[in-house]
Design a protein around this ligand. Structure first.
Ligand SMILES: Nc1ncnc2c1ncn2[C@@H]1O[C@H](COP(=O)(O)OP(=O)(O)OP(=O)(O)O)[C@@H](O)[C@H]1O
Length: 336
């Protein structure tokens, strides 16, 4: 458990302690050749302990930057990040190491994230948190074998001695899941974990994530472009646009009763085999481009593409408001 310092005890509220992760108004900026990109613009999001939350949004909306900031590969410039009620946004040294052992990351390309020169056994050993590296060799062997068996890699002993290139894409993503499982994390940040797999394998990896969530109460932040898989695997969906969460709610509500015009367009633009008579001419095409993140945005960031834009949207930034039970959206249409 992360040590509680005087500063951190001041910040977490009682409510936050029931959640694995609470983000409050998190900002992240990058400076490149003198230009500032304001990539995360006040993200507030909660992942409950043992909950699967999907983060959905088009390319460039800031999903990976958010995952990397949560992982503390980046330090947030503003805002609070609470993990188990403890502020982790600015921690360093041993506290940061402890935090990182409780939060694991699953990447899109399992080949790139598994060191090709190491066997699966070594790869798994490297991901163990410091408090587990003192386990005996036999204890580790059992832990790794158990994790590999749980993700369906049998017999596990065969896989421990193999190298990543000897495995298929689906097997590599299972190894990545087993690796995260052996570290016994509280939260896994899964960044497009199935998008590089064959369609036939995607479902089995998503099912596996769900099973590990149920069995071990591991929380997941599942990052994806794909609304259908978000709905399939997650209990809640957060929709991200230009570095902000613009709609959030239970997965069914967000998909079936989408309120934000951006979410509605995302749903209309998604391929849907059940939708009647969707011909090329009728397919929704997104108008315009996302805003330039190096420029200050006045008003709603979606105003340039929104079919409902009005004068207020051009001058005033909308606030997140309740639009139903466990359902919120950041749009002036609902903030009257
Ligand atoms: N280290 C960095 N320095 C400067 N700009 C960055 C950096 N990392 C990301 N960005 C910019 O931040 C924006 C969001 O990128 P990010 O990868 O977080 O989006 P994303 O939603 O994950 O997209 P995708 O789904 O394509 O991965 C992009 O405009 C990107 O160029």
């Amino acid at each position: 458990m992360i040590e509680q310092t005087e500063a951190t005890t001041l910040i977490g509220s009682t409510d936050d302690k029931g959640a694995a992760l609470v983000l409050k108004d998190v900002h992240k900026r990058f400076v490149q050749r003198g230009r500032v990109s304001h990539v995360l613009r006040g993200v507030s999001l909660t992942v409950g302990a043992g909950e699967i939350v999907a983060l959905v949004g088009e390319s460039g909306s800031g999903k990976s930057t958010l995952a990397r900031t949560i992982m503390r590969l980046y330090r947030p410039d503003e805002g609070r990040m609470l993990f188990g009620g403890v502020e982790v946004g600015q921690i360093r040294g041993r506290l940061l190491k402890d935090y990182r052992s409780q939060v694991q990351m699953l990447f899109q390309d399992p080949f790139a994230s598994l060191n090709p020169t190491h066997t699966i056994r070594t790869i798994m050993a490297h991901s163990l948190p410091t408090n587990r590296t003192r386990m005996s060799r036999r204890e580790k062997e059992n832990l790794f074998a158990d994790a590999l068996a749980r993700v369906g890699l049998n017999p596990p002993a065969n896989f421990l001695t193999q190298f990543p290139h000897e495995l298929s894409g689906g097997q590599r993503q299972r190894v990545a899941l087993a690796r995260s499982l052996a570290a016994q994390p509280k939260l896994v940040l899964a960044d497009e974990p199935v998008s590089m797999l064959d369609v036939s394998l995607r479902l089995s990896v998503l099912n596996l994530m769900q099973r590990l969530n149920e069995e071990f109460q591991i929380g997941y932040l599942y990052i994806t472009h794909d609304l259908a898989s978000a709905r399939y695997v997650a209990s809640r969906i957060a929709v991200m646009y230009a570095g902000e969460i613009v709609e959030e709610g239970t997965a069914d509500k967000v998909i079936e009763e989408a309120k934000h015009p951006y979410t509605q367009l995302l749903i209309e633009a998604a391929p849907d085999p059940n939708r009647q008579a969707q011909t090329a001419g009728e397919t929704t095409v997104f108008r315009g481009e996302p805003p330039n993140l190096t420029q200050k945005i006045v008003g709603c960031p979606f105003q340039f593409r929104c079919p409902h834009v009005n004068n207020r949207c051009r001058v005033e930034m909308p606030k997140m408001v309740d639009v139903g039970d466990e359902h919120k959206a950041k749009c002036h249409l609902f903030d009257v």
